[in-house]
Design a protein around this ligand. Structure first.
Ligand SMILES: Nc1ncnc2c1ncn2[C@@H]1O[C@H](COP(=O)(O)OP(=O)(O)O)[C@@H](O)[C@H]1O
Ligand SMILES: [Mg+2]
Length: 575
């Protein structure tokens, strides 16, 4: 992306706040004008009061000074506050749209982007960008007008003296450009390091139990401190250049002032200029040098902001690969069959996981999917709600290709219990009701009861109001699974996907949950990936998946008679 493009997009983001922007621009222009007036008033002050000893002026000038400062204060307040408001509004809008955008992405997006990177985009990149937006606005408007007004005044006062300054000014441009480039590069490396730090933090904190179990605290400490050290070194580099920037600009300013005192002093001594003119000139120049010095700082902020904006827009530009196609219809309530026709699926890294798979499941039946791990069972079930899209072939529900219907209507007919239990740090009630936020207290209780979760929930000190910790950390594995089964029960969808839904249960509770699942499966079409015989034995059909293909299918008894893959699995896993 070109810088120009990025700036244009940034202006679009500010678009909705045009009114505030116009008010703050006016306030900034007023502020610049009053700063110039401040210098202007010095000339009559020095010449009339101190040199001519004019009493009338002595009465007037203090009021004029108060007036100028008052207006300057008001305009400062208006533009600072309004710009901050614009900046914060932009942050709010961008964070919200980035969040929405991330959640539109399919599963594969999350395989490619780490949690740390995404968090760093939403939190720190957006802050960097906002900083650039406010700084840039101040820089481009207030500082610009301040420079124009003050330099205009300086030339008006004494153009010969002003010229001597302009010989020095181009020298100041060199560090401005150089520092800008450096800060832009550093911004990118800083953000990369921040993302890596977030990744390390996230993984080691969520995985703290494994860290402890394998006594890897020292190892993790070391990995983390290495990561922090790389972040430290780029931050220090940043600090080094930032500390250099200011004094360098001051130094250039100092040289300019030396030249002025030399040229201007001569003029006053020779009587070609008054002392008042000279003081007003110097004060205006000091005031003008502030914004000139700022240009360097503003440029750095803009460069960092552009780098951050490039990263943010890069995420926003990733078109969600799986979306409703144009003219997508609503999937009618599922009635007849789910059919896989010559389905192929390949992950982005070119591993083909599902190969030319054909399958037909009539409504109301249960299909068990078995096979050794890595065979593609989970992948197969992820294709049905379109978490992943197939490469060739088609999946049809009641004869309609699932890519022709809206995602919402498709997913609303599917309830899932995933292999890794995913719960939110909220109350048990809200976790169960996740699929239907309007569910009544009775419905929630009934779902918990059917999932055999009611007993343990009621034993908790706060019952359904108990907060379960991040990912359900305060529950046992079996309890977590039962909550996620209750969540699926409550959704009451016609198609049910159970991916090793009972793997974390002990034999006794599994037997109970098994009954619950049987009740749940009664009028539903179910895909069951199970690791225990009891779950699959009653299914209408069992398919054995090996290397992405169905190698055997039939009922339990039929499959045993084949003396093939199923028998082998059966002997190894289920007995
Ligand atoms: N995001 C991914 N990118 C590439 N390959 C993957 C990805 N996820 C899973 N796989 C591969 O796909 C195969 C099937 O995985 P999976 O469907 O989870 O198997 P199962 O559920 O049968 O154990 C495995 O070989 C696995 O390595
Ligand atoms: Mg699996």
């Amino acid at each position: 992306m070109q810088d120009k493009e990025i700036l244009l997009r940034l202006f679009k983001v500010i678009g909705p706040y045009k009114k505030l922007l116009i008010i703050s621009i006016i306030a900034m222009i007023a502020y610049s004008a009053f700063t110039t007036a401040q210098a202007y008033i010095l000339k009559p002050t020095v010449d009339k009061i101190f040199i001519d000893k004019d009493l009338q002026m002595l009465m007037l000038i203090p009021f004029a000074i108060i007036g100028i400062f008052l207006f300057k204060a008001v305009s400062y307040y208006v533009y600072t506050f309004f710009l901050e408001k614009i900046g914060q509004s932009v942050i709010r809008d961008l964070r919200t749209s980035l969040f929405t955008h991330i959640h539109k992405q399919p599963l594969s997006f999350f395989h490619d982007h780490t949690t740390g990177t995404l968090i760093s985009r939403v939190i720190s990149d957006i802050t960097l960008m906002q900083n650039a937006v406010s700084t840039a606005l101040v820089g481009c408007i207030k500082d610009f007008f301040q420079i124009v007004f003050l330099l205009g005044f300086v030339f008006y006062q004494d153009w010969k003296l002003a010229m001597s300054v302009f010989i020095i000014l181009p020298v100041a441009a060199i560090p401005i450009v150089k520092f800008g480039r450096i800060f832009r590069r550093l911004s990118t490396s800083t953000q990369e390091e921040v993302a890596k730090v977030s990744d390390r933090l996230y993984e080691s904190i969520t995985g703290n139990r494994i860290v402890k179990a394998f006594c890897r605290e020292d190892y993790e400490n070391k990995r983390f401190s290495n990561q922090i050290a790389s972040l430290f070194s780029v931050t220090i580099k940043n600090a080094k250049y930032r500390s250099m920037q200011h004094p360098l600009m001051e130094l250039i300013g100092g040289v300019a002032f030396a030249a002025i005192f030399w040229v201007g002093g001569k003029e006053v001594i020779h009587g070609t200029a008054t002392a008042g003119t000279f003081f007003a000139f110097v004060v205006a120049l000091i005031a003008a040098y502030e914004p000139v010095k700022n240009v360097s700082h503003i440029n750095s902020a803009i460069q960092q902001g552009i780098a951050a904006a490039t990263r943010i827009f890069a995420i926003l530009d990733i078109e969600p690969k799986i979306t409703d196609k144009k003219g997508a219809t609503t999937l009618k309530p599922f009635k007849q069959t789910i059919e896989f026709q010559n389905v192929n699926f390949t992950y982005e890294d070119d591993t083909t996981v599902i190969k030319d798979l054909n399958l037909k499941i009539p409504a109301g039946q249960a299909l068990a999917i078995v096979g050794s791990s890595g065979g593609g069972k989970t992948t197969l079930t992820n294709l049905i709600p379109r978490f992943l899209d197939i490469n060739t072939g088609s999946i049809r529900i009641d004869g309609i290709d699932i890519r022709d219907v809206t995602l919402a209507s498709l997913r609303s007919q599917i309830a899932m219990v995933t292999q890794q239990t995913i719960l939110f740090n909220d109350s048990i009630r809200n976790n169960i009701a996740y699929g239907d936020l309007e569910a009544t207290e009775e419905q929630i209780r009934a779902a918990a009861k059917a999932a055999y979760a009611l007993d343990f929930v009621e034993k908790l000190p706060h019952g359904f109001d108990s907060i379960i910790g991040e990912g359900g950390a305060r529950l046992s594995g079996g309890e977590r699974q039962r909550i996620s089964i209750a969540r699926a029960i409550l959704k009451n969808a016609p198609i049910l996907i159970l991916d090793e839904a009972t793997s974390a249960l002990d034999t006794e509770s599994e037997r109970e949950v098994q009954k619950a699942l049987e009740n749940l499966m009664k009028n539903k079409t179910t895909f069951v990936i199970a690791h225990r015989l009891s779950t699959i034995i009653n299914c209408h059909k069992i398919i054995v998946i090996k290397d992405g293909n169905i190698v055997e299918q039939g009922t339990h008894d039929e499959l045993l008679k084949l003396h093939g893959e199923y028998e082998m699995l059966y002997n190894m896993q289920y007995t």
